[in-house]
Design a protein around this ligand. Sequence first.
Ligand SMILES: Cc1cc2nc3c(=O)[nH]c(=O)nc-3n(C[C@H](O)[C@H](O)[C@H](O)COP(=O)(O)OP(=O)(O)OC[C@H]3O[C@@H](n4cnc5c(N)ncnc54)[C@H](O)[C@@H]3O)c2cc1C
Length: 483
Amino acid sequence: MKNIVVIGGGMLGLSISLELSDHGVNVTNVFPRTGDTLSASRAAGAMLGAFGELSADDGAEEMAEFDFRLSAQRYYPAWLARVRERSGARVSQVEGTIIIANNQGARDRDCIRRMEQEAVLRGEPAEWIEPSDVPGLKPSPVHAPALCLHLKNEHAVNSGELLDAMELALGRCNTYRHLDKSVLRASPDGLSWAVALSDGTTLVADAVVLANGSRSLECLDPSLVEDAALPALSFGKGVSCLISGGPAIAHTIRTPNRTFACGIHLVPRPESGELYLGATNFTGVDEMAERKVQPGELHGLFDEAIHQINTDIRTSRIEQIRVGFRPIAAFKRPLVGQTRVPNLYIATGTYRNGVLMAPLVAAMIASELGLCVSPYQGNPFSVLTEQKQNGWDVERLLDVGVRDLVAFIQEPRSPLPYSRARELETYLRTLLQAAVYQDASGESLHAMIQSRLKEAPFNETVHKLFYEVGDQARKPAAETAEV
Ligand SMILES: Cc1cc2nc3c(=O)[nH]c(=O)nc-3n(C[C@H](O)[C@H](O)[C@H](O)COP(=O)(O)OP(=O)(O)OC[C@H]3O[C@@H](n4cnc5c(N)ncnc54)[C@H](O)[C@@H]3O)c2cc1C
């Protein structure tokens, strides 16, 4: 393959362009530099989090991704050194992450313990430390963390500097050219590809790599998406901020993942004296409709950071607010490598971990193009294999989803009294299961609710049903149920 078009100029597009150019391929990298403010890569806190992204419920599918993340984390230092050397540019890195677990996160303690166990198993440093020994940690007393874990090898980079450095390195490479345009359509033409651009011109290439984030499928005709057996893409909108005049912190401080998002985190940017504060997560499919920031998103972000990390954040100054769209594919599984359509490759679906994964993904793409031996054995994210929902059966999806939903309902500061959060979980899960499955337990629930409402037709019955529905919680018979 001599001429390859790489679509996208985020972490994925640039890492892949760099890798392919290094192997002597003529790369035409198409992405709009001007006016594109929605790149996930530029909005990212860019934590290189293998362990910090673990959740207590992670099953086989997530652990396969975790293994990849850990390899990507170990691959990073040499790769980053190469980018720095090739570009001659600064790419700042903050060493180490402190994970904090408090009572605000329903599963914080389970998550942090899982992180520690997995780190010990894999010979990575993980040390319990006293909250008072964490530089810059000063939460409201009611939100004091119960546990703090120092992950010394879990760093963060400045993603803006990194992207700029990659562009500089690529600019020095005579097998690379950037076109400041958008791709409208990529279509096969025999074994070659015709790539139609926004200025009306068309490129001809031997292969195309789709690496334009959450919009990676928009350049293909829908019939081609089907031929390539590519699952639909959506996004997780993320809002983050840069603040100045905040407290001095030495390492990244973050909570575990919570309520459909990556927890609250503060990443120091010593090079500018600023702090990065992230991040929200809300899924959707229409980037243009969601490109603006909602006050509620900022409210949630700052409420958590001020109360759970450092109360002095309230007197800092907001320097920048960013929005980015994390690419998500079915089962939250990345999509990497050759597709079923000849000479069409994809690298996306990296969701919350694209900055970390990009360099290793780029090496895998180069290896699938026959340019090198992959530093990672196998491809857990291949789109050639059948997309299985390992570890994400409907039962588990409802379980984890309802639990996170109930936690989300209580954010940022309205915890439910008594045991109502757990009761609400049971209630919602039971109703949702009855709605999803067509089986005997759904029918008996339906009959029970009907008969109660008939027996006692007044609103107080709904209160009673809150408990009675919970008592009817389904037995684990879902495997045999029809969905
Ligand atoms: C708030 C936030 C925090 C995050 N924190 C972390 C973190 O701490 N650690 C981590 O590893 N990951 C993090 N992520 C996730 C990570 O940023 C993403 O997984 C990763 O950046 C995705 O990179 P990408 O190159 O695929 O997409 P993007 O960065 O979104 O880039 C897409 C590129 O494609 C271009 N493009 C789009 N359409 C076209 C077209 N038609 N033609 C040409 N070009 C096109 C765009 O202009 C852009 O250059 C975070 C994301 C967000 C939003």
